[in-house]
Design a protein around this ligand. Structure first.
Ligand code: NAP
Length: 283
């Protein structure tokens, strides 16, 4: 495992484990238990995934010292705004059974996220959160936030994989020292990624699978990855990427796979803003 050092000096693992679309508590707890025993130390959940308590249970049962873990959760749109964000943070901490959090992310660039950010800055200064960041902030929103807050975000979690590479967005993040983190690093299984010919052919040269090749490519461009799986053998496969280095020619060949758009969600549309705002996670 390798680490990246964030602009506030915190070390963040370059690979973690995501638990989106695992709302079943028993399955989530079992998956996180497997992931921790496989060697993952960064776990990525969210209030909107309805599995923070299961993640917390797996953490407690693992017996792994708290300081070795890097736990992320996220603030949903319904809880945006200064007062709501503080309440939502405490609710997440209670669900997780933690007294401090490693990374708290604004889940979507919608609603009163400036109010939320002020609450997160206070929690950060009080030592309740080690790192604060955002998700799905495309360049104009990210730059605006960075320029108008006291403590700019340290991480931006966005969709990043060989079919949606976002090189210009990464340039903007680097300009503002914001660490990019990839959600959907396996394209959520779209575009035939696991049997993709180029990724398979490149991987074969190193004795690796297409999935491992795609994950390694992202980390080699400095991106943190958080692949999700409920299958132990896939968790191990996805973690087994730290003993090889893709040659420059292979990095370039993968760069040519970029479609330039997402096949999963388009954050720039009115329809997406309406849909995400309509999604409620509590009464
Ligand atoms: P992903 O990690 O790109 O892909 C997960 C899919 O790939 C699952 O269907 C999984 O199936 C399959 N898979 C994983 N490893 C495999 C392998 N080695 N071989 C074959 N199939 C494999 O997608 P994701 O879960 O959407 O993204 C990862 C994490 O990012 C999430 O879990 C979540 O924590 C975070 N996320 C954040 C946002 C956001 O807005 N901030 C959005 C989406 C996701 P099985 O589970 O059946 O193995």
């Amino acid at each position: 495992m390798e680490f990246t050092t964030l602009k506030n000096g915190v070390r963040m693992p370059l690979e973690g484990f995501g638990v989106f679309q695992v709302p079943d508590a028993a399955l989530c707890e079992q998956s996180v238990t497997y992931a921790l025993s496989a060697g993952y130390r960064l776990i990525d959940t969210a209030a909107a995934y309805f599995n923070e308590a299961a993640v917390g249970a797996a953490i407690r049962k693992s017996g792994i010292p708290r300081e070795e873990l890097f736990i992320t959760t996220k603030l949903w749109i319904q809880d945006q705004g200064y007062a709501h964000a503080k309440q939502a943070f405490e609710a997440s901490m209670e669900n997780l059974g933690l007294d401090y959090l490693d990374l708290y992310l604004i889940h979507q660039p919608l609603g009163d996220y400036y109010g939320s950010w002020r609450a997160m800055e206070e929690l950060y200064k009080a030592g309740r959160i080690r790192v604060i960041g955002v998700c799905n902030f495309y360049p104009e929103r990210l730059v605006d936030l960075c320029l108008n807050v006291e403590i700019p975000p340290m991480v931006n979690q966005v969709e990043l994989h060989p079919f949606f590479q976002q090189t210009k967005a990464l340039d903007t993040m680097r300009e503002f020292s914001v660490q990019p983190e990839a959600w959907g690093p396996l394209a959520e299984g779209n575009h035939g990624i696991f049997t993709h010919k180029l990724l398979t052919d490149i991987g074969r040269k190193y004795g690796k699978t297409a999935a491992q090749t795609a994950l390694r490519w992202n980390t080699q461009r400095g991106v943190v990855i958080i692949p999700k799986s409920t299958h132990p053998e896939r968790m191990s496969e996805n973690l087994d990427i730290w003993d090889f280095t893709l040659a420059d020619e292979d990095m370039s060949a993968i760069s040519a796979l970029d479609l330039g758009h997402s096949e999963i969600i388009d954050h720039s549309t009115a329809q997406t803003a309406k849909y995400l705002n309509s999604w409620k996670i509590h009464d």
